[in-house]
Design a protein around this ligand. Structure first.
Ligand code: NAD
Length: 412
């Protein structure tokens, strides 16, 4: 069994406590390795290392830092098969679809950061005193805490790590515990590029401990987190005056107006509901359809749902993997139970199959009411919930009942 270590100050290491936890393959519900279970002491060590590294890294010319990001991008590209393998094992992403797609795109933000940074412009402003000049510069903030979720564990760190380091910051990174092996694989690529010790540090372990320490520690100077609104609220309340950047969850509706063609749009809607087994922040979480189109759209969605085959993510025929963990499965069940207890009907799927791992059948549900949980919260499962409306006001009742948007769309 592989043991996945942390990376602090340029060294691979275990947790100070010696503790590990199981890395679980969600398609099998079985452990495939052990991950170092870091805690506050490890996070503090990483923050100290990042502060030591900052002293020199911020003085490295921006073009050299940019070249380093490009080098990391090249290494990520050269390792994309291995990255796809671990995305398949650790997240259950279909190896020939989602896993290959994400691995193939992992290098992109590293290249974008490397290029964009070269064109950042400061400016000059008029000044009351003719003898004075007001010049503005971009300067590194210091040590950035990056806290990332499990659903796109190779792509999302790219929204923080390269942009932070190319501008001369250093990083302490806490990935979601169920995506730590992917983070370690990425860290191996970063290590291979020969970044100075401490510029990027990886501390694996629970967010409530490691992530929280990165948030409250006076040695971090900015926080970036992608995850749920609930976690963001905790972090905001703990971050004090530090700048925070959040990318959070959604519950965006798809609205289908009377002049749309259900047969033409059903495949597109099914993709928006079932890709990544519904575990995407920008997934279609609710479908509101004009009354006259309801039955045609529901029939077309039922037909589409049968094209989504769940199962062994190594099987090239499979295009839907499992849910990431039991919590996600339970939330899907809770949302279905709540909606059906309020009158909604399941017309396709709606079950956790009798199979190892955390699979859920692609589901179509009709007639969910405004006050159902799935209208108010992100479900994050493979569900296409349909409700119909007679007037525009009725559609707005559904839409406005929830303050999570993120991605919404209209078919017309
Ligand atoms: P989560 O909120 O449970 O966890 C996100 C990260 O925060 C994890 O690394 C976790 O370990 C850490 N964390 C948890 N408690 C913490 C605490 N008290 N202090 C500091 N860190 C803490 O989210 P998740 O389940 O990992 O990811 C799914 C969520 O992410 C969904 O809501 C999804 O919509 C959202 N998401 C948003 C985007 C986007 O770009 N908007 C992209 C992907 C995922």
């Amino acid at each position: 069994m592989t043991t996945y270590s942390m990376y602090i100050d340029g060294q691979w290491c275990g947790a100070e406590s010696g503790e590990t936890y199981d890395a679980v393959n969600p398609a099998k519900g079985e452990s495939f390795g052990k991950v170092a279970c870091g805690g506050r002491t490890d996070a503090k060590k990483a923050v100290a290392a990042a502060n030591r590294a900052l002293v020199n890294w911020r003085e490295v010319p921006l073009w050299e830092r940019s070249a380093k990001c490009m080098e990391i991008a090249d290494i990520l590209d050269s390792k994309k098969e291995e990255l796809a393998d671990i995305l398949c094992t650790e997240l259950g992403k279909p190896r020939h679809g989602e896993a290959a797609d994400e691995a193939g795109e992992t290098s992109t933000p590293w290249r974008v950061a490397a290029e964009q940074a070269k064109y950042f412009e400061g400016n000059t402003k008029p000044c009351a005193d003719a003898k004075k000049r007001v010049l503005t510069f971009w300067r590194p903030r210091g040590v950035v805490a990056a806290i990332t979720p499990w659903n796109f564990p190779a792509a999302i760190p790219g929204e923080y790590l390269p942009f932070a380091i190319v501008m001369g910051n250093t990083v302490t990174w806490n990935p979601a515990p169920t995506a730590a092996a992917t983070a370690v694989k990425m860290m191996e690529c970063i290590h291979e590029a020969g970044l100075p010790p401490g510029v990027i540090n990886l501390v694996t372990g629970p967010g409530a401990e490691v992530g929280d320490e990165l948030v409250v520690n006076s040695g971090t100077h900015a926080i970036g987190m992608t995850g749920s609104p609930q976690t963001a609220e905790i972090i905001s309340s703990r971050a004090g005056l530090k700048p925070t950047l959040f990318e959070l969850g959604g519950n965006g509706p798809i609205v289908v107006l009377e002049d749309a063609d259900p047969g033409e749009i059903a495949a597109c809607i099914a993709f928006a509901c079932y890709y990544a087994a519904g575990q995407v922040c920008s997934c279609a979480e609710r479908i509101l359809v004009a009354d006259p189109l309801k039955q045609d759209l529901v029939d077309a969605l039922i037909a589409e749902s049968k094209k989504w085959k769940w199962g062994d993510p190594l099987d090239p025929e499979v295009n839907m993997g499992p849910q990431n963990n039991l919590g996600v499965v339970e939330k899907m069940t809770a949302h279905l139970d709540d909606a059906t207890s309020k009158g909604a009907k399941i017309v396709a799927g709606g079950r956790r199959p009798d199979h190892p791992g955390y699979f859920y059948e692609p589901t179509v549900l009709v007639d969910f009411p405004v006050d159902s949980k799935l209208n108010h919260e992100e479900t994050f499962g493979p569900i296409a919930p349909v409700a119909s409306f007679g007037t525009e006001d009725q559609a707005w009742q559904y839409i406005d009942a929830c303050d999570l948007g993120l991605v919404s769309s209209v078919f017309t």
